[in-house]
Design a protein around this ligand. Structure first.
Ligand code: WTA
Length: 567
């Protein structure tokens, strides 16, 4: 029997108080995610249970009990306080998936500061815009990422502390840089945990839109309620599970379900700090006897590509349940996983803004491969007409995915951008920005995004950010960035450019531009292909028409081009 039991009964009798009661929380109480994920589990008598199995890039293994992570959170939190970090200050985590990343997450939350995790492969420009927007006060990082921070520190007056977790005492460090080696610090047994309330800010995740700079999605401590319950009912985590979430905590999946969900349930988490390799991934499952695995469609398609033979050589019999998020999970991937693992990957749909799962396939339900599933109990989903924004009642008709606001993990604003936040609501609905249809059995089927944001391998990339960065390259005059179809990543970034006089387009220029973006933004944002054009298609008013370039890449009808400049 799965944790969720009967979906129909759950829907009928649903109230978020189910999670509140299980967590011992009442309206108005103190609620601190850092405490819930460590101290509370210890108080329940599970202090000696393994909270984290960590395998580093070189294969080095470490493990931490719930009492270890409780102490580490206290120790890091106390150190941050000693630097003058206070409640609601923003503390950025800019690290690879090393243990300190997970432990600092708890430490920052325990003192009531806001944790701002950023993907460690971000280049200096990506880092700058996010730190600048958040007015970040401290950044916790590794030596290897210092050069990127040093490049921008002088333009970030709010950033007062750069905390290096692998500090080398013999090296020369610069102004604002300070070392903090967890193993060498005196463990702090007891601390005053910040008495945060339901609406106290907790996590700040940056996400990309079509226009403008990335938006800081502000979450609150009360998000725990729905993160806990969806982890329990959809990921179906239980006491003896060994759980692996492949997402990096730089993205929301890596925090909501890569830290908060499992630890609030007192479940053992596994972390592998290395990129994708089918063999290494399978061996990781075999070694730690992983039972529940939450991953993403691009990874699954990459595993499919690696073939079935390799699966037979490795013992994956520990697995009992699989789930996926981040992009459309194609039907072939579901049937493939049923064939090779003996169970399907269950698709889940949600966003950085929603903070927790919204539409899901849960254990025990009939799976329709290719469908995102049904609304999680307590979530009211509708499809809105794209013109009238009225709910569509006709089955099979495409509409905009919208949710009735009010679930616990919903964002509370975009940092410093209340205007953009308000734009997400219409007629009392929260607009997700995606299109879908619903079938006669109440299953949702994803159609596509309702904007130009590129979803590459489950990571959102803003065409605007890439276009702006391209314009900073010496050779480029104009740029337009669109998604290009890709077999594994679903979409990749493609750039169209015109050049300044005196520049030629050849392989070297293309490579040079690609590297320029990779370093400035990130490997994800790097165009996989750059096409030179004499002129970019524009409207009469001079606006570049991405729509035309997008249609060209996808072999679609171009539609109305009557406003085109040269036609
Ligand atoms: C897309 C990731 C299809 C969608 C948790 C959404 C999906 C965006 C699915 C959010 C899915 C996420 N099927 N598309 N199961 N899950 N998406 O904010 O476009 O990084 O709006 O959050 O990814 O991406 P984000």
């Amino acid at each position: 029997m799965s944790n969720i039991g009967s979906y129909d009964d759950r829907i009928k009798n649903f109230s978020w108080s189910i999670a509140e009661d299980e967590l011992g929380y009442k309206d108005g109480d103190i609620i601190n995610i850092g405490w819930y994920c460590s101290d509370r589990i210890c108080q329940m008598g599970k202090g000696d249970k393994i909270a984290l199995y960590h395998e580093g890039f070189g294969g080095k293994e470490k493990s931490y009990t719930f009492n270890d992570i409780r102490l580490a959170g206290n120790t890091i939190g106390t150190f941050l306080r000693s630097l003058g970090i206070k409640a609601e200050d923003r503390v950025c985590l800019f690290m690879d998936r090393i243990p300190e990343l997970y432990l600092s997450f708890l430490g920052v939350l325990k003192i009531g500061a806001i944790v701002q995790p950023l993907f460690s492969a971000f280049g200096d420009e990506s880092l700058y815009v996010r730190l600048e927007n958040a007015g970040t006060k401290a950044i916790i990082t590794q030596k290897k990422h210092l050069s990127k921070i040093r490049k921008i520190i002088d333009t970030l007056p709010s950033l007062e502390h750069i905390i290096i977790v692998d500090y080398n005492k013999d090296k020369q460090y610069q102004n604002k840089e300070v070392g903090f080696i967890l193993n060498e610090a005196d463990p702090v047994e007891e601390m005053n945990i910040c008495p945060t309330k339901a609406d106290s800010p907790s996590v700040l995740h940056y996400t990309s839109g079509t226009t403008g700079q990335p938006k800081g999605v502000r979450h609150v401590h009360y998000s725990l309620i729905s993160q806990y319950l969806t982890t329990k009912w959809v990921l179906d985590l239980r006491e003896d599970d060994i759980y692996w979430c492949t997402a990096d905590p730089g993205w929301v999946t890596g925090t909501s379900y890569g830290i908060i969900g499992p630890w609030s349930l007192g479940v053992t988490l596994c972390v592998l700090d290395r990129g994708f390799s089918a063999e290494a991934w399978y061996k990781f499952i075999e070694k730690y006897k992983i039972t529940m695995w939450y991953s993403a469609p691009t990874a699954i398609r990459s595993l499919m590509k690696a073939g079935d033979e390799i699966v037979k050589k490795i013992d994956l019999s520990s697995l009992r349940h699989l789930a996926s998020v981040g992009e459309p999970l194609n039907a072939e991937a579901v049937t493939w996983s049923e064939r090779v693992f003996g169970m399907p990957f269950l698709d889940t749909y949600w966003q950085t803004e929603t903070g927790s799962m919204m539409i899901t396939n849960h254990p025990g339900m009939k799976i329709k491969p290719g469908s995102m599933g049904k609304s999680f109990p307590g979530i009211t989903t509708v499809l809105l007409d794209a013109k009238t924004y009225e709910p569509i009642t006709k089955q099979g008709k495409a509409g905009l995915i919208a949710f009735k606001p009010g679930w616990p993990a919903m964002m509370t604003t975009y940092w410093n951008n209340e205007e953009k936040y308000k734009e997400k609501f219409i007629n009392g609905w929260y607009l997700a920005g995606d299109r879908a249809y619903i079938d006669a059995d109440g299953y949702y089927w994803f159609i596509g995004r309702d904007d130009d944001v590129i979803n590459t391998g489950g990571h959102l990339v803003s065409p605007f950010e890439v276009e702006s960065a391209l314009l900073e390259h010496e050779a480029i005059s104009e740029s337009a960035v669109v998604a290009k179809p890709d077999e594994v990543n679903m979409e990749v970034v493609k750039a169209f450019i015109t050049l300044k006089p005196g520049y030629e387009f050849d392989d070297d220029t293309e490579l040079n531009i690609m590297n320029f973006i990779r370093k400035k933004l990130s490997p994800l944002a790097m165009p996989q292909e750059i096409e030179f054009m004499e002129n970019l298609p524009k409207t009469r008013s001079g606006k570049i028409m991405r729509r035309i370039l997008h249609a060209k890449e996808w072999g679609e009808e171009i539609g109305d081009i009557s406003t085109l400049e040269d036609d």
